[in-house]
Ligand binder design. Structure first.
Ligand code: FES
Length: 107
């Protein structure tokens, strides 16, 4: 599966990841800046906030209750259904190929 991370400065990181890898885990493991993942993927910190590009919104799982709550605590403002927690979206489950914009700040 492929994840493209669009940084706020215009740079792009593209990763090939195995099924089951979340957007947060992929970024943290590969040193992609812009995602912190403080809680380790428990939907408890909101430091893995990403803006999913509109063309990839179809087919994403629904926002869970914990995710919904944390999305109101993001550092950069929530942007409707584009805002998701990167730890809750996993390759092979939520997407095969996805592009996300990274907020300028997570904390
Ligand atoms: Fe903490 Fe996603 S890593 S909410």
């Amino acid at each position: 599966a492929k994840i493209s991370f669009h940084h706020s400065d215009g740079n792009v990181d593209v990763l090939d990841v195995d099924p089951g890898t979340s957007i947060m885990r992929a970024a943290v493991t590969n040193g992609v800046a812009g995602i912190v993942g403080e809680c380790g993927g428990q939907a408890m910190c909101a430091t893995c906030h990403v803006y999913v590009r509109p063309e990839y919104l179809d087919g994403l799982p629904e926002i869970g209750d914990d995710e919904e709550e944390m999305l109101d605590c993001t550092t950069e403002e929530r942007d409707g259904e584009r805002s998701r927690l990167g730890c809750q979206l996993k390759a092979g489950e939520a997407f095969d190929n996805i592009e996300v914009d990274l907020p300028a700040s997570q904390i």
